[in-house]
Design a protein around this ligand. Structure first.
Ligand SMILES: NC(=O)c1ccc[n+]([C@@H]2O[C@H](COP(=O)([O-])OP(=O)(O)OC[C@H]3O[C@@H](n4cnc5c(N)ncnc54)[C@H](O)[C@@H]3O)[C@@H](O)[C@H]2O)c1
Length: 379
């Protein structure tokens, strides 16, 4: 069978997401497995060129993973017809300008979320891509996590009856850098608004497509944002002022009337099943949806507790939950990459567009509006 190569410009690839999820666990993993199978019988083989500002970093990344090509000359690769796809995992504030240049050069574009910081810009770049007629997409990785696939299986079987509410807990302790031998484990820009940071712009983009796809379209939001830690230590070892929100306490309503409460925080210690858990309660059953696992309890397995704080509970509430098997699951980012590459090769739809991504940016903006006004905001 014939192999069709597809040149991909990977911009901002020396960063955390660019390297780990997109280069190593997606594009190189796809190459390793022998490409993406198309309906025509052909095989699509991604051929990446690493692109960024720092030649030394690019060279060392290329050498580490045996990637042949890297460049700091974005203009030249954009002008090269060999490269059909432009991918961006650089910092959020730079995304729109990069996408705009790539679209003008006729490339199909795929990128990390958020697609922009400002919703007007996010919708504008979606329009620019649509008007140019290029294929476009944005990362919505959570949809392919094993825990979420297992939830969708249950939901589609009617396990929950009518879904009433969702309690999402996301977060973990991100060290401030002040404590000995405990450097911060996330880039410092996340804690500076002026650099595109903040947990609302980061996580509410995810909650938008998660809620829309799992529980129904988001119609209203109520949010309180907080910067609990005012100072952290940067990559340079110097203290900096945190100008971005590091925690957000939010309620969302869906068209179907499901009440979704999501706490997102980089200042919480974890005593739950995973870094993200969503408890979904329905009339006929409930589930705890984690990143990799999903636990379910049906109506018949539901315990009958009696309120008595004077004795230890006779019921172990962790009993009576069954792990749901999602079936075989690949890396979530890789699955979405394969779908995007097939879409570029005209094999299948790709609904996770820049326009869908813009809805996430819009929800983040509405969340801020709610925080400032102290009231519910329609979406
Ligand atoms: N899908 C997800 O779950 C997820 C998770 C984390 C981050 N992200 C998003 O991915 C993006 C990158 O985040 P990260 O955590 O990898 O950050 P990072 O700081 O590790 O990486 C950003 C990279 O972009 C590069 N860069 C910055 N400005 C650039 C420019 N002008 N030109 C070229 N390269 C430039 C940096 O050098 C760095 O290599 C952000 O938009 C972030 O919101 C998504």
């Amino acid at each position: 069978m014939s192999i069709k190569t597809i040149g991909i410009i990977m911009n901002g690839v020396t960063g955390r997401m660019g390297t780990n999820q997109h280069l190593v666990r997606s594009i190189l993993a796809i190459r390793e497995q022998g490409g993406v199978q198309l309906e025509s019988g052909e095989t699509l083989m991604p051929d990446p060129i690493l692109c960024g500002r720092n030649e030394d970093k690019l060279r060392s990344l290329a050498e580490q993973y045996g990637v042949e090509k890297f460049t700091t000359d974005l203009e030249a690769v954009l002008a090269d017809d060999y490269y059909q796809v432009f991918f961006d995992a650089s910092g959020t504030p730079y995304r729109v300008a990069f996408l705009e240049r790539a679209i003008a050069a006729g490339k199909h574009v795929y990128c990390e979320k958020p697609t922009a910081v400002d919703p007007a810009e996010a919708f504008r770049i979606a329009e620019v891509a649509e008007a140019a007629g290029v294929k476009n997409g944005t990362v919505q990785d959570k949809l392919w996590l094993p825990g979420i696939r297992a939830f969708l299986k249950l939901r589609d079987e009617g396990f929950f009856g009518r879904i009433l509410s969702v309690r999402g807990e996301f977060g973990y302790w991100v060290f401030s850098g002040h404590d000995e031998d405990q450097p911060a484990q996330r880039p410092s820009w996340n804690y500076r608004q002026e650099d595109g940071g903040g947990i609302i712009i980061d996580m509410h983009c995810h909650w938008r497509y998660v809620i829309d796809n799992l529980f129904g379209e988001v119609t209203e939001v109520f949010t309180h944002a907080q910067t609990h830690l005012p100072e952290r230590i940067g990559e340079d070892g110097e203290p900096y002022r945190c100008t971005a929100d590091d925690s957000a306490y939010a309620l969302f309503k869906t068209k179907e009337g499901v009440i979704c409460q999501f706490n997102s925080s980089w200042d919480v210690r974890v005593r739950r099943d995973d870094l993200l858990t969503m408890q979904v309660d329905g009339t006929k059953g409930s589930a705890i949806v984690g990143l990799r696992k999903c636990w379910a309890q049906s109506l018949v397995e539901t315990p009958r507790p009696v309120w008595n704080p004077d004795v230890d509970s006779p019921i172990d509430f962790y009993d009576g939950w069954e792990v749901v098997d999602p079936g075989p699951c690949d890396n979530a980012f890789k699955i979405q990459w394969e779908l995007f590459l097939k879409h570029v090769a005209c094999d299948g739809a790709f609904p996770w567009t820049l326009r869908e991504g813009a809805k996430g940016v819009e929800l983040a903006a509405k969340s801020w509006e709610s925080h400032h006004s102290g009231s519910w905001v329609k979406v």
